[in-house]
Ligand binder design. Sequence first.
Ligand SMILES: Cc1ncc(COP(=O)(O)O)c(C=O)c1O
Length: 460
Amino acid sequence: MPPLSNLATRDVETLVHPYINLAKFRETGPLVIERGLGIYVYDSDGKAYIEGMAGLWCTSLGYGNEELVEAAAVQMRKLSFAHLFTGKSHDPAIELAEKLKEIAPVPISKVFFCNSGSEANDTQVKLVWYLNNALGRPHKKKIISRMKGYHGVTIVAASLTGLPANHRDFDLPLPGFLHAACPHHYRFAEDGESEEQFATRLAEDLDTLIVKEGPDTVAAFIAEPVMGAGGVIVPPKTYFEKIMEVCERHDVFMISDEVICGFGRLGTAFGCEKLDFRPHAISVAKALSSAYLPIAGVMIPESMYQALLAESKKIGVFGHGFTYGGHPVSAAVALKAIEIYQRDRIFEKAAALSPKFQSRLSALGAHPLVGEARGLGMIGGVELVADKRSKRAFAPQHGVGARAVQCAEAEGLIVRSVLGDVLTLCPPLIISESEIDDLFDRLSRALDKTLDWVKREQLA
Ligand SMILES: Cc1ncc(COP(=O)(O)O)c(C=O)c1O
């Protein structure tokens, strides 16, 4: 290992980083990103990278957007902070809530603002509990999410998340959080099972789970339209239609976690529109402000609002809220982001670019290292396997996904590797057709180099 640079040494001695093997990281140090423009970011040596992950699935309008910068500066000069506690309010929060109601795919009565996707999903669960107390159903409190679903890392959100690393030795999940099966046809369908048959089986399994637990104890089901951090898993055809029917039958509140899929990622404003289901409530974050500032929201129906009214009247106060929830500068930036999405027809452009993105993506399926190349809209996952025919995965300790990420970085492309050596792609939605070609050319070269290494090390 070459010695770490001064900046890298300072990093290793001062920061705890999320989602890394902290022991190995002491040897490798960080990739320090210094600036960004358009779909590119530049490291501290000035090297350019295509940001193939839009940061963390969030910078949809890319970097250096002066309109967003200006919106923040103007609002900061006018009113740098205001809150929504104890009856106070401010223009940006009111306007943003109005805008979200206007573009919502289902009837939304009110918006509650938070700062992150985790806070939004924590809030969803608290609101569902509060709702069921208001409705005199104190035992209807269990929440069902899915294996490989990702909903964040605060204690409740991490309980919803269905990934082992988010639970192990954090003493999670909390009791009352259940995980239904993962809707990944490639990995979990039985031999010869069609997508529709697989979807039927998953819905039947969900029904069985709810019946076993007792429908009067199950409050809500939460799902991402397309799973992101679990490995970009597109549900099988008819999945949500069948799942929604089960939820409705057992009076289970359905929450769409649109933290990644919201704001055009699948070529529609919200992911549930693309996948054709109608949730009761929605979580948004990330691209809401194109990640120029942190902001998230919980969008709830009138029936839930009525319950909050009744319960807070009884108790005397609605005892929930974050200091920075609906921060005026973040809200002003989010408003501007949505204005740009609408004015520049970003969602329609994402839909128009998707066939190109998806055809370059699925062509990677022919690569000897790739078991499945999958995606929808402008999101993709490339699952690396040791044996294509048997779908045998690499042993995790070989770090094949991490190696591919390094090879991509050497090619000037940032991608991410998640559990099971799945490389994830989620470029800014402002990417052009020729930049999509460039992205996939770089990724193909990176896969070739990863394959050379796999052969040299005899890992397959
Ligand atoms: C679908 C989904 N929900 C929730 C979260 C959590 O968001 P945050 O990291 O802002 O807490 C994420 C983060 O990646 C996500 O992808």
